[in-house]
Design a protein around this ligand. Structure first.
Ligand SMILES: [Zn+2]
Length: 226
């Protein structure tokens, strides 16, 4: 395995999930293991976890680039790529920032369900582990679709439990992601995604879905094409 962000090939691992979250999410032991890898297995060089590495891989693959994300942001053909990052995409933020036409927006100043920007403004929209916190994920993705140019892409991650269907947590006990000791209302989970993640993308108006994978089923990144 190599890190698609920096090209490193050495990884470190620490557990991320805690008992209360595991119980609320009703995860089986093998599911705990792969979500821990998704969030807690990191490249020792750039500290990207498998989730961020999958996201980088999806970006590189979407643009047909054989190289790392570090190289991608220095390539002349992408210098003026119009990129919208919705909430910090982990360790990718400081890398994507190197693109001249990159813009980062964050919650709560900006809400994915109501983006304050024109149609057809961006070529690439990126978000990472944000959609599960959006009240209505189809509306959130529809907004991403609206601000993209035709043929543009929304590339994102959400934690996906591959052996079950997605469910809304409406009516269930509040569940939070983030660190166990610093829970914040912004990290409340509204949707637990499963194998039918592609339906949300197509319902939102995208014409195509690709799934990019690192160490199945640990880290999956979704490429939605307008
Ligand atoms: Zn790396």
């Amino acid at each position: 395995m190599i890190c698609h962000v920096c090209g490193g090939d050495e990884f470190d691992y620490s557990e991320v999930l805690w008992d209360e979250l595991i119980a609320q999410w009703q995860l089986a032991e093998y599911e705990v293991d792969y979500i821990n890898r998704q969030q807690g297995e990191k490249c020792i060089h750039c500290l990207s976890n498998l989730r961020s590495i999958a996201l980088a891989k999806a970006i590189l693959s979407a643009y047909g680039v054989d190289g790392t994300l570090y190289q991608f942001v220095t390539m002349p053909q992408f210098e003026s790529l119009r990129v919208l990052e919705v909430n910090h995409a982990g360790t990718l933020s400081p890398v994507l920032e190197k693109l001249r036409s990159h813009r980062l927006i964050t919650y709560p100043e900006h809400d994915m369900m109501n983006l304050d920007m024109d149609n057809d403004s961006y070529e690439l929209v990126i978000h990472s582990d944000t959609l599960e916190h959006v009240e209505n994920p189809v509306i959130g993705l529809s907004e991403c679709n609206r601000v993209l140019v035709s043929g543009g892409r929304c590339i994102f991650t959400v934690p996906i439990i591959v052996d079950r269907l997605s469910r809304s947590r409406a009516g269930l006990a509040d569940s939070y992601h983030g660190k166990e000791d610093m829970l914040n209302h912004d990290y409340k989970v509204n949707t637990e995604f499963g194998m039918d993640i592609w339906k949300y993308v197509l319902k939102a108006g995208f014409s195509e879905v690709n799934i990019h994978c690192i160490a199945y089923p640990a880290a999956l990144a979704i490429e939605a094409k307008k």
